[in-house]
Design a protein around this ligand. Sequence first.
Ligand SMILES: Nc1nc2c(ncn2[C@@H]2O[C@H](COP(=O)(O)OP(=O)(O)OP(=O)(O)O)[C@@H](O)[C@H]2O)c(=O)[nH]1
Ligand SMILES: [Mg+2]
Length: 377
Amino acid sequence: MVWLSRICYRKYGNFVDNLRLYVRGGSGGMGLPRLGGQGGKGGDVWVVAHKGFTLKTIKDKYPHKRFVAGVGSNSSVRALRGTKGEDQEVLAPSGITVTDDDGKVLGELNQEGDRVLVARGGQGGSYHSEFLPKKGQARLIRIDLKLIADLGLVGFPNAGKSSLLSALSHAKPQIASYAFTTVRPEIGKIMYNDHKQISVADLPGLIEGAHMNKGMGHQFLKHVERTKQLLFVVDVCGFQLASATPFRSAFEAVQLLTKELELYKEELLCKPAVLVVNKMDLPGAEDKLTELQKQLQNPEEFSHLLPEDMVPKSHMVFRHVIPISAVTGSGVTHLKSYLRQSLDEDASMATESLRSDRLQALRVVTNTPAWGSSTSV
Ligand SMILES: Nc1nc2c(ncn2[C@@H]2O[C@H](COP(=O)(O)OP(=O)(O)OP(=O)(O)O)[C@@H](O)[C@H]2O)c(=O)[nH]1
Ligand SMILES: [Mg+2]
C-alpha cells in the first residue's frame, strides 16, 4: 500500500544520509620575481557542523555539490605579500563522519562548531617555486550520517516494539504492560540463513508533544534520524497513555507519530518506512485492521478525527503495511523477509547512484582548468 505524500513524490524515500562532494582549495597567487614578492595562499575548504543544517539542505542548496575556495591574490608592487584566498565552509549537521573517496576518515563532527579541513589551498608563488603558485588540493569527499542501526522502531508506548524486537532477533529487551518500559535504544540483530544481519534499534515510545521534548523528546527523535528505514509499530486496538489523556485509534496513532516527526524535522517523513500493525491476536483485530487500511488509503477524509494542529501536512509513504502478532509470531516471518528485501533494494539503488556520482565527478575533475578560478557557493 502506498500512501501518497506531498513532499515524497518518489517511490523510495529521499531522506539523505550520505553525500559526496567535490571540494577544491583555492590556487595560490603569483609571486613577483622582480621584487621577491610572495603570492597569497589559496583558501581552504572546511566542513563545519552547524545547527539546523541537514545533508538534504546541502544537496538542495548546492545541486552541483562543488565547493571551491578563493584564489590567493598575486603579489604586487603595493602588496608584496599577497593576501590569502577566502576559505569555503560547507555547513553540515553534527553526528557525521567525513571521509575521502577511498574511505579514509578525515574527521568526525559530533557537536556544533566542530570542523574539519577537507581541501587545502595551494601555496602562493615565491622564491622557492620560481614565483609560480601551486594549485589547491582537489578531491571527492563523502559525508555520512552516523547510523545506529538499519531500522528504527517508532511507535507509542506499549505498541509492542520491544516484543517485536525479541520476536525478530535474539535480543532480550524489557517488555511490560506499562508505558515507557524502554528508556534507551537497544540494538538487536535479525539473522538470515545466508548470514546477512540487519540491525534494529528498539527506541523509547514516542508521545504527543515529543518534538517539544515531552517524554523522551528530542533525545528519542535524534535516534530516529540515525537509522536507514523506519518501522512504525501500532497497536491495532489503539492506545491510551493515561485515563486523563484521549484514546487514540491505530490510524490516529499513525497520524500523530507522523506529526511528531514532521514537527521535529519534516525531512524524516521521506525516510523509507514500513507500517507494522501489531497485536493481531486480540479480539476484533481483523475488523480494526480493515478500518485502518481504509483510513490509510484516504487519510484526508479522516483528518477530522484529530484536532487541526495535530494533522500532519504530509503523510508517510509506507512501502508496505504488515499485520503481525509479536506474541504468537504470526506475520513475523513475512515481515522479516520483507525487511531484508526492502534494505537490499535500497542498497542496490545506492550502489547505482554511487556509480553515476563517480562518473559525474570524473567528468568534473577532467574538465577542471589548471588554476581554476574561484566558484563561490
Ligand atoms: N496481545 C498482545 N499483546 C502484545 C503483543 N505485543 C506486545 N504485547 C504486549 O504489550 C505490552 C507492551 O509491550 P512492549 O513490547 O513492552 O511495548 P513497547 O512498545 O516496547 O513499549 P515501551 O517500551 O513502553 O515504549 C506488553 O504487555 C506485551 O506483552 C501482541 O502481539 N499481542
Ligand atoms: Mg519497549
